[in-house]
Design a protein around this ligand. Structure first.
Ligand SMILES: Cc1cc2nc3c(=O)[nH]c(=O)nc-3n(C[C@H](O)[C@H](O)[C@H](O)COP(=O)(O)O)c2cc1C
Length: 433
């Protein structure tokens, strides 16, 4: 299968500018700044059907078109926070082929009239920040980035900014606060970032993978992009798969490919002796699905997972084998959200630890019959009532695990212990209640 994002991944030294240029690198940018009007670039990206790869799947061309005309400066901010549990695709895209991203950043910046773009990268990706800095320096010396690129009169500066490892700073408005030097708290919308974003100026925020697609779209045209994927989900997707499979890692597939292909053909199937009990297609924030044939055959597309009752999100596939207690898996997820809640709004600040405490109580065998309706009631009071989507995300897997694995919850309560062995209470920060 022809790939878009990983097409050069096996070319030795593709991270070096010279090698990238020998492989058509920066040709799309040259064409953009010397032959195209900014509005035409946005139109091409819109026509390609590219949707945001950070999780929400918002149409990228439409997002760029929201930038008002004549209000300067405008900013492009690349979300390289990659804080979703199970996600590690942006890491590989930046590490292996930094110029592909930088070229996309420059093209997108040109489209929205931006002269200074930021890449907000999670603090733990220290060495990737250095890779990007080095690539920016190399491209600037060669005139591909910086002042008057390709003698076009257009200039673009790209700054890499390190975050400090907070999940909330992946949420785009909290990311902007963090970038401005404040504690990362989500902002009230409206106004949306396209109107008042970074430093109160019009701002586009896009994920790394989203922007890494842009050079291909400009170079080969929207139709070549649409030759991949489905009508509703054009293009390819880099899927991260982790858990007890033979070859965990990142795989680029056409959107719409059945999950079974990723699981069995690409990742080499479950490790011997392991059977798939459940899986989460879109990182900790997407609802889990049972590991039955019906769900293994789901096409990996935005519409495919929506119809299956979950979400493709960032395509971060977390596998749960049948020897793992579903409540323990859920406890890990609930502890994560309780830890990462920023505390700005009450439903999320109070609700996420309450969920974790209640799951922990059931997991260690001290649950009560009324705990299941209690969990669902807490979810009801968080969902749609929290300031940002982090609160909503914390409810997804509680609701899904109770829906699909009700018997396992019941068994913990009726037996008064975890059927899978000694509880995790000592390890769980919210266990003591
Ligand atoms: C709690 C939370 C965490 C998020 N983390 C990330 C992240 O790590 N990376 C990312 O690209 N988007 C993340 N998002 C989504 C962003 O808010 C935003 O939608 C995205 O960066 C837009 O880019 P796209 O349109 O290219 O997908 C997160 C959202 C929420 C609510």
């Amino acid at each position: 299968m022809e790939t878009i994002l990983f097409k050069h991944v096996d070319v030795p030294d593709i991270n070096r500018l010279g090698v990238y240029r020998e492989n058509d690198g920066y040709e799309a940018l040259r064409k953009t700044v010397t032959e195209m009007a900014p509005a035409d670039v946005t139109k091409e990206v819109g026509d390609s059907g590219l949707a945001g790869r950070g999780g929400a799947g918002f149409p990228t061309g439409r997002k760029w078109s929201f930038i008002p005309k004549g209000i300067l400066p405008t900013y492009l901010v690349i979300n390289a926070d990659e804080s979703e549990p199970g996600a590690f695709k942006d890491r590989e895209l930046m590490e292996r082929n930094p110029h592909q991203l930088l070229e996309g950043v420059a093209i997108a910046s040109y489209a929205i009239g931006c002269r200074k773009a930021f890449i907000y990268i999670r603090g733990e990706y220290l060495y990737i920040g250095e890779i990007l800095d080095q690539a920016i320096a190399e491209a600037t010396v060669a005139g591909c980035l910086g002042t008057n690129i390709f003698a076009s009169g257009y200039s673009i500066e790209i700054v890499v900014h390190r975050g400090a490892g907070a999940y909330i700073c992946g949420e785009e408005s909290a990311l902007l606060d963090s970038l401005e030097g404040y504690r990362g708290f989500p902002r009230l919308r409206p106004p949306f970032p396209a109107v008042k974003g970074l430093y109160n100026q019009p701002t586009v925020i896009n994920n790394v993978e989203t922007i890494a697609n842009v050079p291909f779209i400009i170079h080969k045209g929207p139709a070549a992009f649409r030759a991949h994927g489905t009508e509703g989900s054009p293009g390819t997707k880099v899927c991260s798969i982790s858990g007890p499979v033979n070859r965990p890692g990142n795989y680029e597939v056409d959107l719409g490919t059945p999950f079974r292909v990723l699981l069995d053909d690409l990742a080499g199937g479950m490790k011997s002796g392991k059977k798939l009990k459940a899986y989460i297609p879109g990182g900790a924030s997407a609802p889990m699905l049972p590991g039955t044939d019906e769900y293994i055959d789901v096409p990996m597309s935005y519409e495919g997972y929506r119809d299956a009752g979950s979400s493709l999100g960032s395509a971060s596939f977390i596998l749960i084998p049948d020897d793992v207690c579903i409540l323990r898996a859920q406890l890990r997820i609930s502890e994560f959200f309780a830890h990462e809640s920023c505390g700005k709004c009450i439903p999320c600040r109070e609700g996420t630890p309450w969920l974790a405490k209640t799951v922990s109580r059931i997991e260690r065998g001290e649950g009560r019959e009324e705990d299941l309706p209690l969990l669902l009631d807490i979810c009801d009071n968080i969902l749609g009532r929290s300031f940002c989507a982090l609160g909503d995300f914390s409810t997804s897997n509680i609701v899904a695990s109770i829906k699909y694995f009700f018997d396992e919850y019941e068994e913990h309560i009726s037996r008064g212990r975890c059927p899978y062995g000694p509880p995790l209470a000592a390890a769980a920060g919210h266990a003591a209640s």
